[in-house]
Design a binder for this molecule. Structure first.
Ligand SMILES: O=C(O)CCC(=O)C(=O)O
Ligand SMILES: [Fe+2]
Length: 360
């Protein structure tokens, strides 16, 4: 017990030394560690003190040029350099080139059918036991499939295992250029028919672009079930945030997702038209995985035949070390822990830019 405390203290001392800053008083040991780990975006060219951010909205962060490596103008040169130095394999180089150009990647048969079946059976068991309660979210009177479940990995161990599957984590770490941290899961029995969007308005990072997602087909996906759709290359379009479409934090507090449907969704439909973008449908076999970039525009296509299920698990991963927040709700992400555990504004070292954000 004593040696654990000593080694915890030694570990903390090392973290502090490396970070070169003093402790924030008033936090318990665990909270202090967490606060330090997520204190600011250390790789950002303009670091931010998370404790100074009053309103977590994209317009309140500086225009950092610290993009993920595959978003940088010389990404292809960097890929060749890493390949030549044997830091990545020929297959990884191919993935990286494709990601840079198109903002997504399809890994056929990435997860074996036995794992898929066992994971889905565990999910169904949790529903049958009443450990997970799904709302109906009926799309029509004859829609018999249940609605989605948010974060089922917190209840179902096998979903948590799949979220942390090394092949998925390694892929995301490769394309993000930093260690991928599992954040959120969504399980669905049926097509979402969700309007086109970029995940960056829901799961935002500072600096931008440090999110990756994947969609795991938990069965063979029928073409009429409302497959996932995506627009190759749309990750290069300008990011669209709440501020850009006139949604203020109070609009979202008062109207919730109605404000998003009124302003953001039409803006994204316009963007798709203006870019004359080519829509792709993810017609997957069980175990196929589609990975996408933080800003790739995607959604759920119409369910042409309501009787078809469309079983899937979606995972979202953040890159370690960035600030993660929900632009729409103007709130910090749960990966940082409770906001009351954030360091007080100004507790970081002197090189951190202190930026008090103006409430919108
Ligand atoms: O499954 C879908 O249809 C859409 C899922 C999605 O957009 C997401 O989880 O980010
Ligand atoms: Fe999404």
């Amino acid at each position: 017990m004593m040696s654990r405390v000593v080694s915890q203290a030694a570990g903390l001392a090392r973290v502090l030394k490396a970070a070169g800053r003093t402790l924030t008083l008033g936090l318990d040991l665990k909270a202090r560690k967490r606060a330090i780990r997520y204190h600011y975006a250390p790789k950002a060219d303009i670091p931010i003190d998370i404790g100074c951010v009053e309103v977590f909205r994209a317009e309140n962060f500086p225009d950092s040029k610290s993009q993920p490596w595959l978003d940088q103008p010389d990404a292809l040169v960097q890929v060749e350099r890493r390949l030549a130095r044997r830091k990545i394999t020929a297959k990884q180089a191919e993935i990286c080139r494709f990601w840079h150009e198109h903002g997504y990647y399809v890994a056929r048969g990435a997860i074996d059918p036995a794992t898929i079946d066992a994971t889905w059976a565990a999910y169904e068991d949790a529903i049958t036991r009443g450990d997970l309660i799904l709302s109906q979210e009926k799309a029509a009177d004859d829609d018999l499939h249940p609605g989605r479940s948010l974060n089922p990995h917190q209840t179902v161990g096998l979903i948590d295992d799949l979220l942390k599957n090394p092949a998925l984590l390694d892929f995301c770490s490769l394309v993000l250029g930093r260690k991928a941290i599992p954040f959120q899961t969504i399980a669905s029995h049926k097509g979402s028919q969700q309007s086109e969007h970029s995940d960056s308005i829901h799961m935002t990072t500072y600096p931008l672009g440090y999110l990756a997602a994947c969609w795991v087909a938990m069965e063979d996906i029928h073409v009429d079930s409302g497959p996932l759709v995506y627009y190759p290359g749309s990750h290069r379009w300008p990011y669209v945030f709440s501020h850009d479409v006139g949604i203020s934090p109070s609009d979202f507090q008062e109207k919730g997702y109605a404000a998003y449907a009124e302003r953001y969704e039409p803006a994204m439909r316009r963007a798709v038209e203006e870019h004359d973008a080519q829509k792709q449908h993810f017609i997957a076999r069980k175990g196929d995985v589609l990975f996408w970039h933080a800003n790739l525009v995607h959604g759920g296509s119409p369910r042409n035949a309501i009787q078809h299920s469309r079983k899937a698990l979606v995972h979202h991963y953040f890159a370690e070390g960035c600030i993660c927040y929900h632009d729409l709700a103007a709130s910090a992400s749960a990966v940082h822990g409770p906001t009351e555990n954030f360091p007080v504004c100004g507790a970081s070292d002197a090189s951190v830019v202190k930026r008090a954000s103006a409430p919108a």
